[in-house]
Ligand binder design. Structure first.
Ligand code: PLP
Length: 360
């Protein structure tokens, strides 16, 4: 068996310890004589799995008691619709568009109400985070929406927008658990888990209780009402049982790593190795402004498409895989989520140095 260094933006690398434990428990989960995949979601064993997963996430993020944690399906994209359906009262929402995921979320919300784009960085291919200290927030906005970390473009909010008292909603799919979060700054946080937490399909929502309402329009599907899921402790129907189990193992791994402060220090150290190299290299350049650089997704280019393609090809052959940039940006992107070891980034940088010497 040989494992590669997997820089995929998602689904992405998971901690080896978690994969090993899942393998060990595959045929017989803790003496039940069956796999987690085979057990009833109403069983005692599964009840423990989902409750422990929730508690571990609550511990890690220090989620206040007046927030519900929901384990949902449909990925992050499903919440693009669920957010406006559940939060629009006046039928108005303000979106800050800092990349494709925020843009998609705004487009989806337009189906359910009026959407104002109060800030955007589309003018410079989303290579920065706009100043959000004094935005034209709508008087009657039901919420203000951000994508906290822009997976495709590699930017991140270092400072939250001034929402002028409105509820803040954040898609944290690609940076949840990479650093501490002050949950009470938000009305709602959600994340598809396949970037930093687990297998694709599961989406976790953290929602302030007073925002979970019953007075929704008739058309809202039962499954998309947060109230349905909250009243049933995420067990209204069969949840993505196995995926949630893996998320639970990852939460325990993050705890063992020392929690979110330790994760942050680890990620800062790791990202600095790559960014420092990009800043000193004559061949490779980062694509976003320094102040807004993501700790998780690092896009870079050589400025020459042929050279980019050659680099990706040779890197793949050397065991550094999934470095090709998103089709909308080109070049390369190294996603260096929690589970990417420092060694992976050190070796990648050493490889980049060799490539630069050999090709200049
Ligand atoms: C990957 C990603 C999504 C889409 O997730 P799906 O689970 O495929 O719907 C949405 N937002 C962000 C920030 C992402 O990184």
């Amino acid at each position: 068996m040989s494992r590669v260094f997997n820089f995929s933006a998602g689904p992405s690398v998971l901690p080896e310890a978690v994969l090993k434990q899942a393998a060990e428990e595959m045929l017989d989960y803790k003496g039940t004589g069956m796999s987690v995949m085979e057990m009833s979601h109403r069983s005692k064993a599964y009840d423990n799995i989902i409750k422990e997963a929730e508690q571990d996430l609550r511990d890690l993020l220090q989620i206040p008691d007046n927030y519900k944690v929901l384990f949902l399906q449909g990925g992050a994209s499903q919440q693009f619709a669920a957010v406006p359906m559940n939060l629009m009262k006046n039928g108005v929402a303000d979106y800050i568009v800092t990349g494709q995921w925020a843009k998609k979320a705004a487009e989806e919300a337009k189906k359910y109400g009026k959407v104002n784009i109060v800030a955007s960085s589309a003018d410079k291919t989303f290579s920065y985070i706009p100043d959000c200290s004094d935005l034209p927030i709508s008087e009657d906005a039901d919420y203000v929406y951000i994508c906290h970390n822009n997976t495709i473009y590699g930017t991140t909010f270092k400072k939250l927008p001034n929402t002028k008292g409105k509820i803040l909603v954040a898609d944290m799919s690609s940076d949840i658990l990479s650093q501490p979060v002050n949950v009470s700054d938000y009305g709602m946080i959600y994340f598809g888990v396949q970037k930093n937490v687990g297998p694709a399909g599961v989406v976790i929502a953290i929602i302030r209780e007073d925002l979970i309402r019953d007075d929704l329009p008739e058309y809202v599907p039962t499954m998309l009402k947060w109230k349905t899921q909250a009243d049933n402790d995420s067990l209204y129907n069969t949840p993505p049982c196995y995926g949630i189990y893996i998320c639970g193992l990852v939460f325990k791994w993050v705890k063992e790593m020392g929690g979110l402060e330790a994760m942050k220090a680890h990620n800062e150290k790791k990202a600095a190795i790559l960014y420092d190299f990009l800043d000193s290299s004559k061949m490779f350049k980062g694509t976003v402004v320094k102040e807004d650089r993501s700790l998780m997704n690092v896009p870079f280019v050589t400025g020459n498409d042929e050279l980019d393609a050659k680099f990706v090809k040779e890197a793949t052959a050397a065991g550094f895989v999934n470095l090709k940039g998103h089709r909308s940006v080109g070049g390369m992107r190294a996603s260096i989520y929690n589970a990417m070891p420092i060694e992976g980034v050190e070796k990648l940088v050493a490889f980049m140095k060799e490539f630069e010497e050999a090709n200049s």
